[in-house]
Design a protein. Structure first.
Length: 594
């Protein structure tokens, strides 16, 4: 997206800027003027059989999340919750879990014992808490988590965003992590409220860089009391204040210099230029297909951001230009979680974003020309405005080759329970992808774990028992996590693990297409996703009734493209860069501009 914008983009920019100038001020995680509702889409297609059960207790995931007071939340810090990361920290082929945790305002009571938790996967959906032995027993206001092998040594490392001081944990192997924040050059000069994070190789040098979002500048001594002003009321109820009225912070970008060290390039790269975003989830993907990863950031109460990679080490923010900053009506929203995938398999990755209540989610359809349009009504998701959405996933639950939608919900104000018709604990939402870019809500028949009401935040999906079916791990405020297992019937599947050689070892940013039965199913290697969380690093493909697939195409970061032969379904394959058959590059990146 270099040079002058196309007429279509220019027109869109003019319209959006005009609308944005007329926006009403509102409280983000707070009240909105009503927007139109429509009924969920109807279809005569027979519904699939989905049966999600919560098996967390049996699996050993029992540590509760602590996030301030339970009956009331005095400060916004107590409401944002924590993320979940999926990683194989010991390299045994079973996906392990790290759940960040909060504390209490004064670190007393349950907060004194609250730490993040690392669960080692023992197989067969059984986990062992190895937090202490792994060196991860840190108490604090844990927020987002993301994992990758940043030093290319073969071990999965971990970054945890905190209010106060975020931490980079380097995996030493043998089940032990060390705090490498200072050695890596990532220590902040003062307290920050970091929220989301994502690993990406933005300059394609084979080393993973790190983007970290920040919510706002929080000083407990300067925050007004609940109910003391316009930004401290919700539907007439006195509640905690913010984010409106509280000062913005800045997002940060760290360039990986090699040797385990990073340089803060937030200012010269342009990432820090956007100063009007209460930032949550950041997801890196090549949205305009020029070969370089861009970054989308869900922002609360403010227009969301799309950082376009200019391929010279800098970014420009083009959210309004691209059509992903606002909703269909030109309003800024309370953005929380993000799922990036090609939900209609037209060859372009799309964006689904969750938002605060009294608003709909966004279904930003990628037009293939660097712009998007919100198709929330066309998709059938235009009638969902009662819940506060956080984690969100595009995943193939029934293995029919189409990505279904799972949304994780929960209100921010415990005080709403005093008002009839409002819920602090909210059920989940599951919508079946019926094809043609449309979803059908089958939550009522999707199993008891979907109808289970919680005030949830971060979530991650993974095949935790290596049976080909994706589970979902959900962080719940004031309660142990949920582990959603679909015990309903599934069809054939394939899991793909990538190993980069010329590119970064985790092949973050690679795109994979599986050809099967005359169709193509796609996925992309990402780190940060959902709500400040990270999914299984392996890529999952539903193969429907086909017991074999024809071939796998991999577009590696940097432009190399390879084809790997077909094989039998229902297995895990590892693909190493350089071992396939070279193929003509598609979308090979142009050289950096001067």
């Amino acid at each position: 997206m270099s040079g002058s914008p196309s007429p279509r983009v220019a027109l869109g920019l003019a319209m959006l800027l005009g609308v944005a100038a007329a926006l009403e001020a509102y409280q983000g995680m707070g009240s909105r003027r009503p927007v139109r509702r429509i009924k969920p889409i109807e279809t005569r297609l027979p519904p699939i059989t989905v049966d999600f059960r919560d098996v967390a207790a049996e699996a050993g995931l029992t540590a509760p999340n602590v996030s301030g007071g339970e009956g009331a939340k005095k400060y916004i810090l107590e409401t944002t919750g924590s993320g979940v990361a999926v990683l194989d920290f010991d390299g045994d082929g079973w996906m392990d879990l790290f759940l960040a945790n909060g504390t209490t305002l004064d670190g007393d009571g349950a907060g004194a014992r609250a730490t993040g938790h690392l669960y080692r996967n023992l197989g067969h959906l059984k986990f062992q808490d190895v937090t202490e032995a792994a060196g991860l027993a840190r108490t604090g206001w844990g927020q987002g988590v993301c994992s990758a092998d940043y030093d290319n040594d073969g071990d999965a490392d971990l970054f945890v965003a905190y209010y106060g001081r975020s931490v980079l944990y380097r995996n030493e192997g043998h089940g032990r992590f060390v705090d490498a924040t200072d050695a890596a050059g990532l220590r902040a000069t003062g307290p920050r409220w970091d929220t989301g994070c994502s690993w990406l190789d933005y300059d394609l040098d084979g080393r993973l860089d790190l983007i970290v979002t920040s919510y706002l500048e929080f000083d407990r001594t300067k925050v007004p009391e609940p109910g003391s002003g316009g930004y401290c009321l919700w539907k007439g109820i006195p509640v905690m204040c913010g984010p409106r009225g509280l000062p913005f912070s800045r997002n940060q970008l760290f360039h990986n210099e090699g040797g385990g060290r990073f340089t803060n390039v937030s200012v010269p790269s342009g990432i820090a230029a956007a100063r009007s975003c209460y930032g949550f989830t950041a997801v890196a993907s090549d949205f305009d297909e020029d070969g370089y990863p861009d970054v989308y950031v869900a922002c609360d109460s403010t227009p969301s951001l799309l950082y376009h990679n200019k391929r010279d080490g800098t970014f420009e923010e083009i959210g309004l230009l691209a059509g992903v900053a606002l909703n269909q009506d030109g309003q800024e929203q309370g953005g929380m979680g993000v799922a990036v995938a090609d939900y209609d398999e037209d060859g372009h990755v799309d964006i689904v974003k969750t938002n605060f209540s009294d608003d709909m989610p966004n279904v930003y359809h990628n037009n293939g020309d660097g712009t998007f349009e919100d198709r929330v009504f066309e998709s059938g998701l235009g009638g969902y405005m009662d819940d506060v959405g956080w984690g969100v996933h595009l995943l193939d639950v029934d293995h029919d080759g189409r990505k279904d939608l799972l949304m994780i919900n929960g209100h921010v104000y415990p005080e709403v329970e005093k008002t009839p018709g409002l819920q602090y604990h909210q059920p989940r939402l599951f919508c079946w992808n019926v094809g043609g870019g449309k979803f059908k809500d089958i939550s009522a028949a999707a199993g008891p774990a979907i109808g289970e009401a919680r005030s949830s935040r971060g979530s991650a999906t993974a095949d935790l028992d290596n049976d080909g079916s994706l589970e979902a791990v959900v962080s719940n405020l004031g309660a142990p996590p949920s582990l959603l297992k679909n015990v309903g019937p599934r069809k054939n599947w394939l899991l793909v693990r990538l190993r980069g050689v010329k590119c970064n070892r985790d092949a973050v940013g690679a795109r994979v297409g599986v050809s099967v039965g005359g169709r193509r199913v796609s996925s992309e290697a990402q780190t940060g996703s959902s709500y400040v969380s990270q999914n299984d690093p392996r890529l999952h493909f539903g193969l429907a009734d086909d017991t074999r697939y024809d071939r796998i195409e991999v577009a590696w970061p940097g432009g190399d493209r390879e084809v790997f032969p077909g094989g039998s379904a229902n297995r895990i394959v590892v693909l190493e860069q350089g071992t396939g058959t070279p193929a003509p590059a598609i979308g090979r990146p142009a050289p950096p501009r001067p």
